[in-house]
Design a protein around this ligand. Structure first.
Ligand SMILES: NC(=O)c1ccc[n+]([C@@H]2O[C@H](COP(=O)([O-])OP(=O)(O)OC[C@H]3O[C@@H](n4cnc5c(N)ncnc54)[C@H](O)[C@@H]3O)[C@@H](O)[C@H]2O)c1
Length: 352
């Protein structure tokens, strides 16, 4: 069994679909899913955090076209969208580390780039699925975050909040274009989506901890480790994104797509060590050492997935153990960690 999920093909009207950010982690899984459903797919990606290697499995598919370019270039966006009837907009500056280090770049891509995509879609009468984030809820630690829950954001002068700020503006743009100019748009808010091909380079906790466990290095957990998240598997999230995009009732609406199980980062680190039979230990790193002085993290982020469940039957199925094993197999295969990896446990050998 390989670490790459296989998506079943379903009865479906074929589209000509633009996927911005299609060479990224979530985007590449989405592209494979759309190709399996018979779509012609155009990927627009500047390969800043994504990689052509993520689409290597589909590279020979004659229904896939790859455009290397930026959503900041209106001409490129217009050309990429030529004769497309729908757009999945995923291109964005992502990752806390990248955002904290380069806030201006992030603001430009995440606000101006998104508006370019939305206006091009109106001109071509294409529908849009805007991919947003649970970060928009900020520091709201409610037991279950509903789509209409309040946003609680920190000081706008802290670069840490610019990602949440920009994605919130994106959603507001989408809604305003829908209400005032007739754009057919739906929004999904992803909550810590994880799986094969996600890179740890820009501060993503899941692949970082799995990589450290494979190498036998200490697992670096920021803060006290008691902050919690609900990780969702990319193979659960991607089909739900496509079903939401297709559903006319989703027009002008936002949907949470998150995991079912709340887990602290400390417990996640322990679970990764156990699952991979790693000898690694856990090291707590203060936030101001990990990022910058004054860095604020969300203590808790728990989605209420009811709205997506009611609309398209979204229900997370994949266990955390399965995801840990898939991510580990992918890291070993892609980054050639095998040479210095820990001896593999029986259960882990099975996924390679
Ligand atoms: N993975 C998650 O947990 C998560 C959570 C919430 C929201 N999201 C959203 O999902 C989307 C995909 O994120 P991901 O996790 O796959 O990250 P990713 O970095 O793998 O994907 C982003 C892609 O956008 C491309 N890109 C960046 N700037 C661009 C530009 N100016 N022009 C064209 N392409 C550009 C990158 O090269 C990359 O391929 C993003 O919009 C992100 O905000 C992801």
């Amino acid at each position: 069994m390989s670490g790459v999920p296989i998506y079943p093909s379903v009865d479906h009207t074929a589209h000509r679909t633009l996927v911005t950010g299609g060479a990224g982690f979530v985007g590449s899984h989405l592209v494979e899913h759309l190709l399996a459903q018979g779509d012609e797919v155009i990927v627009l990606d500047d390969l800043s955090t994504g990689s052509a290697r993520n689409l290597a499995g589909a590279a020979d598919n004659p229904r896939l076209q790859m455009i290397h370019g930026s959503i900041l270039n209106t001409k490129t966006v217009g050309q990429a969208m030529e004769s497309c009837d729908r757009v999945f907009h995923l291109a964005a500056a992502v990752g806390v580390k990248l955002i904290v280090e380069q806030p201006l770049r992030g603001l430009r891509i995440n606000i101006h780039g998104t508006e370019n995509v939305l206006t091009a879609a109106i001109e071509r009468q294409a529908s849009v699925l805007l991919v947003s984030t649970s970060e928009v809820y900020g520091k709201n630690t409610a037991d279950r975050l509903r789509e209409d829950s309040d946003r609680i954001l920190g000081d706008p002068l802290l670069s840490r909040w610019t990602y949440a700020g920009a994605k919130g503006i994106d959603e507001a743009f989408a809604k305003a274009y829908c209400d005032q100019e007739g754009l057919d748009v739906a929004i999904v808010r992803l909550f810590n989506t994880v799986g094969p091909r996600q890179t740890g380079r820009y501060g993503m906790v899941f692949p970082n901890l799995v990589g450290q466990a494979l190498r036998g290095h200490p697992l670096t957990v920021f803060g006290d480790g008691h902050q919690t998240r609900c990780f969702s598997a990319v193979e659960d999230v991607v089909p739900a994104m496509v079903r939401i995009e297709r559903d006319p009732r989703a027009r002008g609406q936002a949907y949470n797509l998150g995991g079912a199980r709340e887990i602290s980062i400390l417990d996640l680190a322990h679970e990764i060590i156990r699952t991979l039979d790693s000898r690694s230990e856990i090291e707590l790193i203060p936030y101001d050492q990990a990022y910058a002085p004054g860095f604020e993290d969300m203590r808790r982020r728990v989605p209420d997935n009811t709205k997506a469940n009611d609309l398209v039957g979204y229900e997370p199925q994949t266990s955390l153990t399965t995801t840990i094993l898939r991510v580990a197999a992918d890291l070993l295969a892609r980054e050639r960690l095998a040479s210095d990896a820990m001896p593999l446990a029986g259960s882990f050998r099975g996924v390679l």
